[in-house]
Design a protein around this ligand. Structure first.
Ligand SMILES: *Cc1c(COP(=O)(O)O)cnc(C)c1O
Length: 391
């Protein structure tokens, strides 16, 4: 069904019907074990770590949305990412986007390294740099686009071409875009990853991760790894995630529209040095984004002049939650240099453009005009404060 219908319609209908009863919301199967008629031929399900009907519904749903053959649900985005890295063996090398999510950075540098898996980081936005960083033993190229927090854009097809020429797999963290805006499998990516904790679930109340592939060999190995490592998603959370997905289209559309309004407002304010949003025509990689994605998404970053100004601004902005995370019904304002990137040495942070004036805003579903007024109030307070000091 979902092959012929739009994603908007599929989100609401694809797998939510329980065919046994006609119920429009699928049942939560709590059972951990399943009765077998005899020991010669097991049924479809035997034990819930290996397979559960509720989880399977979610896994089929995300596989369809991403245009893959098989989906896998995990207990967090990091569980999905870490399990997929177990496709690698001692002596293999992974080439990773320099602007990778902090938890992924930690997993690669502090955990995989202990198991003899080598890594190097590269500016994934420079294809020549990617090409020259591929080694004899490179088995995976890992992308994240748009990146966090500067929303840098990677040319997915360009990287896929290099990977295929060098016999590497490609992984892509699609958390910021979701399959509604970006479908990496159609661009040749082997494994698509999600922190479903963010836009897919969408309500800041479920921790979950998803992986999707269309590569048959990878799919069989991932099934084995998911069952072996065992960090599967619990059935209650599978159900919550399925429910969140039904409204993904309307949430993302509304939030993205407001994000563009906010970006345009911010770029005209003197207190703001720079705005980072893939929906602005001058954003680096804008043309690539237009070519490979259906929209710019609902996350943007902007730079104030100093930590002092950030303090003043945050004190006077009241609608967004001030917190880590993103992709929720409520707008979330975060401060990368003291939150997501706090563990990075200051010099390294600043080299990457994550200065003490940088703020990230994940736009939610509040009234756009009210959000703008709130942000305006915050910015005005900077001006007033500065005037008060200089007076
Ligand atoms: C949050 C996040 C993750 C990690 O997901 P968890 O669900 O928190 O484990 C990975 N990648 C990106 C881009 C994220 O934003």
């Amino acid at each position: 069904m979902s092959n012929r219908l739009s994603l908007q319609t599929s989100l609401v209908h694809s797998h939510s019907l329980d065919h046994a009863t006609g119920a429009v919301s699928i049942p939560i199967h709590h059972a951990t074990t399943f009765h077998q008629k005899d020991f010669d031929s097991y049924g479809v399900y035997d034990y819930s770590r290996s397979g559960n009907p509720t989880r399977e519904t979610l896994e089929k749903t995300i596989a369809d949305l991403e245009g893959g053959d098989k989906g896998f649900a995990f207990s967090s985005g990091m569980a999905a990412i870490s399990t997929c890295f177990l496709l690698l063996s001692r002596g293999d090398h992974v080439l990773v986007s320099e602007e990778v999510y902090g938890g992924t950075y930690r997993m690669i540098t502090e955990v995989l390294s202990r198991f003899g898996i080598e890594y190097s980081f590269v500016d994934m936005n420079k294809l020549h740099a990617v090409a020259s960083s591929i080694q004899e033993n490179t088995k995976v190229i890992y992308m994240e686009t748009p990146s966090n927090p500067l929303l840098k854009i990677t040319d997915i097809e360009g990287v896929v071409k290099l990977a295929k020429a060098n016999d590497c797999l490609t992984f892509l963290d699609n958390t910021f875009m979701t399959p509604l805006l970006q479908r990496p499998i159609s661009l040749g990516v082997d494994v698509v990853l999600h922190s479903a904790t963010k836009f897919l679930a969408g309500h800041s109340d479920v921790l979950a991760g998803l992986a999707v592939t269309k590569n048959k060999e990878v799919s069989e190995r991932l099934s084995f790894l998911q069952n072996s490592f065992g960090s599967v998603l619990g059935v209650q959370d599978c159900w919550l995630l399925l429910r969140g997905l039904k409204t993904l289209h309307v949430r993302l559309k509304e939030s993205s529209e407001t994000a563009l309004k906010i970006a345009r407002f911010l770029e005209n304010r003197d207190e703001v040095e720079e705005v980072f949003y893939p929906g602005l025509t001058y954003h680096a990689g804008y043309e690539i984004q237009v070519r490979q994605a259906a929209g710019p998404g609902a996350v943007l970053s902007f730079r104030l002049k100093s930590e002092q100004e950030v303090r003043q601004f945050i004190k006077n902005v009241h609608i967004p939650v001030f917190a880590v995370s993103l992709g929720a019904v409520e707008s979330i304002l975060s401060y990368p240099s003291k939150m997501s990137h706090a563990s990075m040495p200051k010099a390294e942070r600043e080299r990457r453009g994550i200065t003490d004036g940088l703020l990230r805003l994940s736009v939610g579903l509040e009234n756009a005009e009210e959000l703008l007024t709130d942000l305006e109030h915050g910015l005005n307070s900077i001006k007033e404060n500065v005037t008060a000091i200089t007076r």
